[in-house]
Ligand binder design. Structure first.
Ligand code: UDP
Ligand code: MG
Length: 264
């Protein structure tokens, strides 16, 4: 049987301490998967540290032919990095994974099973515990799911992460969308496809620090709601209809009054 290749898209912003660890873990996991090879497409999201040099080094030496990369001229954000990665991806199956090892590569065993034998198009990971995460952050994040599910027609799975394995067709469907302001969590839900959710427990970063401040998270939540919220739009339309009805009734009343007083 011909071996299939899974391409892993890994967005990185200032991850100099994680790149090599990441490559090694992936290599290790794949040494135990039969019938599949891997390749890694790093998307350097305008890192200011040695991330890009390290990636280049990996691509030219130790992981030649296994690692390739894209590099942004400045920091555009993880959403843009994932979008560029998907657009340039090439593999029989495509995975999207954080480079800090908070997305356990071992879940790939179960993900491959889901996509290859259980009839799913896509398998995504869902974090069921938030140990090690701040109270405020965890509260805000939970509230976000309530708000977005209330205001939009898409259904977001609480704790759902960006970590997933998908068939080529799913990646192509995402790339084909013209959205500029990307909110991938919503896009995956919106395009449909049969998705299996698997749960895992929160893992701490392998090294370095989180790049998401509370301010960034608010911006992210905001763009998700703006991109998918239909409730406020509907609200405005209903309001328009009501105001128009009142105006018409009022005009009718004025005309009626004119006819009656004007005539008499
Ligand atoms: N990331 C990125 N661009 C950014 C911020 C983050 O590409 O502007 C990457 C980062 O390098 C990591 C992933 O997105 O691979 C998740 O980021 P992080 O670990 O900082 O987020 P957290 O896990 O704390 O939510
Ligand atoms: Mg992380």
């Amino acid at each position: 049987m011909e071996r299939k290749r899974i391409e892993i898209i890994a967005p990185c912003y200032n991850e100099e301490q994680c790149i090599e660890l990441f490559c090694r873990r992936i290599e290790d996991v794949f040494s135990r998967i039969e019938g599949y090879d891997f390749s890694i497409l790093f998307v350097d999201d305008g890192s200011e540290d040695a991330t890009l040099q390290i990636i280049k080094n990996m691509a030219e030496n130790m992981y030649r032919g296994k690692v390739r990369y894209l590099s942004f001229s400045r920091n555009f954000g993880k959403e843009s990095a994932m979008a560029a990665g998907l657009e340039n991806s090439d593999g029989d199956l495509i995975a999207v994974m954080d480079v800090d090892l908070q997305h356990p590569p071992e879940l790939l065993y179960e993900m491959i099973e889901a996509v290859e034998t259980e009839g799913y198009d896509c398998c995504a990971a869902r974090r069921v515990t938030r140990d090690g995460e701040g109270v405020i952050r965890s509260f805000l994040s939970r509230s976000f799911y309530h708000v977005i599910n209330m205001l939009t027609e898409i259904d977001l799975i609480p704790g759902g992460t960006d970590y997933r394995l998908m068939k080529k067709e799913v990646a192509e469907a995402i790339v084909s969308l013209p959205e500029r302001e990307r909110f991938t969590k919503g896009i995956y839900s919106w395009i449909g496809f049969k998705t299996k959710w698997i749960s895992y427990h929160n893992v701490e970063r392998a090294a370095g620090q989180s790049k998401w401040s509370v301010r960034h998270l608010f911006g992210y939540a905001g763009s998700g709601i703006i991109a998918f919220a239909t409730a406020p739009l509907r609200g405005v339309i209903y309001l328009g209809v009501i105001v128009t009805a009142i105006a018409v009734a009022y005009a009718g009343n004025v005309i009626w009054g004119e006819i009656h007083t004007g005539g008499g």
